[in-house]
Design a protein around this ligand. Structure first.
Ligand SMILES: Nc1nc2c(ncn2[C@@H]2O[C@H](COP(=O)(O)OP(=O)(O)O)[C@@H](O)[C@H]2O)c(=O)[nH]1
Ligand SMILES: [Mg+2]
Length: 325
């Protein structure tokens, strides 16, 4: 009951545009899976208005610096911007990590910019779920754009990148065989490539490698990912990057791809939630029931095969859930 009341206050606060309420909500998401589910259920009808941009790439490529620049430009266009910096390798959460905090200081008094870092702590449902919920909070808060900064090229980063409407892959020259580190998955999700640190002497080589990689990509694309070169620390090329994001957004909106992308994402989300519920609420509790132990004994004795036992487990579990609810 206390949780329900608290989350109604949070919901009211978020819908009224309170950054404090949004910050509290994200802490809740990091620490309390049950409560955050209740929160998202209440906020959900008020979401769907923010446009989500993902920036992903190796550590040190300049993502945070770029996000800061983009936020500045978007604010100049009269847009509000919510930023979530996701770092699965960072033990820090509950606020901006120090570097980000200093860099993003110029936005801190701006009511139309919200910044938050999320680390690896907690998140029983996974970092992608937590990020998705935080994204929903900033959407409900009324942010026109939500920018997700994610580190690296691993599976959990791919899942986070899948939350975005437009995905920007940030690379930098001189990472050895930097382009070789672009995994197949990243090629598929990139809508825009950025080669940041274009002030580096290896720029030409990295750009040529990337163009070659794109040329060899056998898939037919309705949208060819542009390659934007930036020097984030001087804000060079950052207007071009913002224009590329807007152009991709227009492309998705005009060709209907945006609705389709979002529908597919929600489809995956519903299936994931159902699968988690099935495991946590049907299968695991069913293994505690005496019928399960009898069935396993029957499998051991070769009176029942494992497939039939699994079907039985599902049936009994479903019956129990139906009786309980
Ligand atoms: N020379 C150069 N340094 C940059 C550029 N962009 C960012 N940096 C620096 O690279 C370092 C890492 O940047 P950061 O934005 O934290 O990278 P992130 O880990 O991808 O978020 C910082 O010291 C930045 O000041 C750039 O275009 N040129
Ligand atoms: Mg960063």
């Amino acid at each position: 009951m206390a949780i329900a009341a608290a989350s109604q206050n949070l919901v009211d606060g978020i819908l009224a545009g309170s950054h404090r309420a949004a910050a509290k909500a994200i802490s809740l998401i990091e620490n309390d899976e049950r409560a955050s589910e209740q929160l998202i259920r209440r906020l959900y009808p008020q979401t769907g208005n923010a446009y989500t941009v993902g920036l992903t790439g190796p550590p040190g490529a300049g993502k945070s610096t770029l996000v800061d620049d983009i936020a500045q430009i978007a604010r100049g266009d009269g847009e509000s911007v919510g930023i979530i910096a996701v770092d699965p390798n960072s033990p820090f959460s509950g606020g901006a990590i120090l570097g980000d905090r200093i860099r993003m200081m110029r936005h801190t008094v701006d009511p139309d910019v919200f910044i938050r870092s999320m680390g690896s702590r907690g998140h029983l449902g996974g970092l992608a779920v937590a990020t998705s919920q935080a994204r929903d909070v900033l959407d409900a808060l009324g942010m026109g754009y939500v920018i997700l900064e994610t580190v690296g090229v691993g599976q959990s980063e791919l899942e986070v990148a899948e939350l975005a409407d437009t995905t920007v892959v940030v690379l930098m020259p001189g990472l050895g065989d930097s382009v070789q580190t672009i995994k197949a998955g990243i090629m598929e999700i990139a809508d825009i490539f950025v080669i940041n640190k274009a002030d580096h002497p290896a720029l030409a080589r990295t750009a040529a490698d990337l163009r070659e990689l794109l040329r060899l990509d056998p898939r037919q694309r309705a949208w060819t990912p542009p390659i934007v070169k930036t020097v984030a620390t001087n804000e060079d090329g950052v207007h071009e990057l913002w224009q590329a994001i807007l152009k991709h957004r227009r492309f998705l909106e005009e060709k209907g791809g945006l609705k389709e992308r979002r529908r597919r994402r929600l489809e995956r989300q519903v299936v994931e939630i159902a699968a988690r519920r099935l495991r946590e609420e049907v299968l695991v509790p069913s293994t505690e029931a005496s019928g399960f132990r009898r069935a396993v004994q029957a499998v051991t004795d070769r009176r029942l095969d494992p497939y039939a036992a699994a079907d039985q487990l599902m049936e009994e579990g479903a019956k129990r859930v139906a009786a309980g609810s």
